[in-house]
Design a protein around this ligand. Structure first.
Ligand SMILES: [Zn+2]
Length: 335
């Protein structure tokens, strides 16, 4: 069975009274499609939640999906972006060449947008973090070769939002009014949209059905995993039911999925801490034990970044401390 997270682009299905899911392509081998949610408004216009990356077939696939609703790209009147990763917003500049729309983004959208608008500075920052956490020099350069890092997918700039969405804002989408909930962690700018009466949630990447979203560390946000665990706690408190993620199939119980993902991270935190009981280790050494399967260099980069996010969360809780060295080492703290 093909995992739903690996769902191929091109299919469009109705998922609500006035909402359709359009699968648009991404150039990432492990994640070939992104779910755009298209909602028909009572005035005949269309609101999109996310719009996809600007890859060659992207706009064509989006237009074919809109045709299933009897709409065209020119009906798009508003686009709401869940977070600042390029597979969610990269098509905006191209869409603006075809039609005018109101763009709604989180007040924190520049946090991630910076990595696409200043890719060299971003790469230098990531390189220094990978080095100081023990990456062997022989692997370092290979870690920067991946389709998701190809500048050809990076637009020249991020369009400025017309509407800034803040935590708690009421956002009408179709016939419903959703509450915007700030859920940092996977991305600092991340928003989900909750409809209280139906308990339905549009979750972006905050919770995904068959994979856990990447929680990385780039030094700019002190404790992204801690932020993410609090975001999962918020989803649990909402008691989210049917949940529409940005990748893969619909989740029947969003609250349960948020609990399962939290358990996965807590388990990983415990295991990483136990690796540090007897001797200090670098994040690279911890990663090699925690992620045992064979990883390609770019996957090793993601795994190391995620390991640092976990170790920093353990530091913030006081369970582990850093031993400053040329290579940063971590050691379990005495109980
Ligand atoms: Zn993302």
């Amino acid at each position: 069975m093909i995992k739903e997270s690996l769902a191929q682009p091109g299919t469009t299905i109705q998922v609500g009274a006035d909402m359709w899911r359009i699968r648009v392509p991404t150039p990432f081998p492990g994640l070939p499609s992104l779910n755009v949610y298209a909602v028909c408004e009572t005035d005949g216009s269309v609101t999109l939640v996310d719009c996809g990356i600007d890859c060659p077939e992207g706009l064509e696939t989006l237009a074919e999906g809109l045709a299933v609703l009897g709409k065209t790209v020119s009906h798009i009147d508003r686009i709401i972006i869940t977070h600042g990763h390029i597979d969610h917003w990269g098509m905006l500049p191209r869409l603006l060449q075809h039609t005018d729309f109101t763009l709604c983004m989180s007040e924190h959208y520049t946090t991630e947008a910076w990595s696409y608008t200043a890719p060299e500075e971003h790469s230098a920052l990531i390189r220094s973090i990978l080095c100081e956490h023990g990456t062997p020099p022989s692997i370092l350069e290979q870690m920067f070769v991946a389709p998701s890092l190809m500048p050809s997918y990076f637009p020249d700039g991020v369009p400025a939002p017309d509407v800034i969405i803040q935590d708690g804002d009421k956002v009408p989408i179709g016939s419903r009014v959703y509450e915007a909930v700030w859920t940092p962690g996977h991305a600092h700018s991340h928003l989900v949209f909750f409809h209280e009466a139906s308990a339905e949630l549009i979750s972006g990447d905050n919770i995904l059905p068959t994979i856990t979203p990447h929680i990385g560390y780039d030094g700019r946000i002190g404790n992204p995993l801690g932020d993410y665990l609090l975001s999962l706690e918020r989803i649990k408190k909402l008691t989210a039911g049917v949940t529409f993620p940005a990748h893969g199939g619909t989740i029947s119980d969003g609250t349960q999925r948020s609990v399962d993902i939290r358990t996965h991270h807590e388990d990983r935190l415990t295991k990483m801490q136990s690796q540090l009981q007897n001797a200090p280790k670098s994040a690279w050494e911890v990663m090699k034990v925690s992620f045992q399967r064979e990883l390609m260099p770019f996957q090793q980069r993601l795994a190391l970044s995620e390991t640092v996010a976990h170790l920093e969360a353990l530091c913030k809780n006081g369970n582990v401390h850093r031993v400053e060295n040329d290579t940063i080492l971590y050691m379990a703290s005495l109980p």
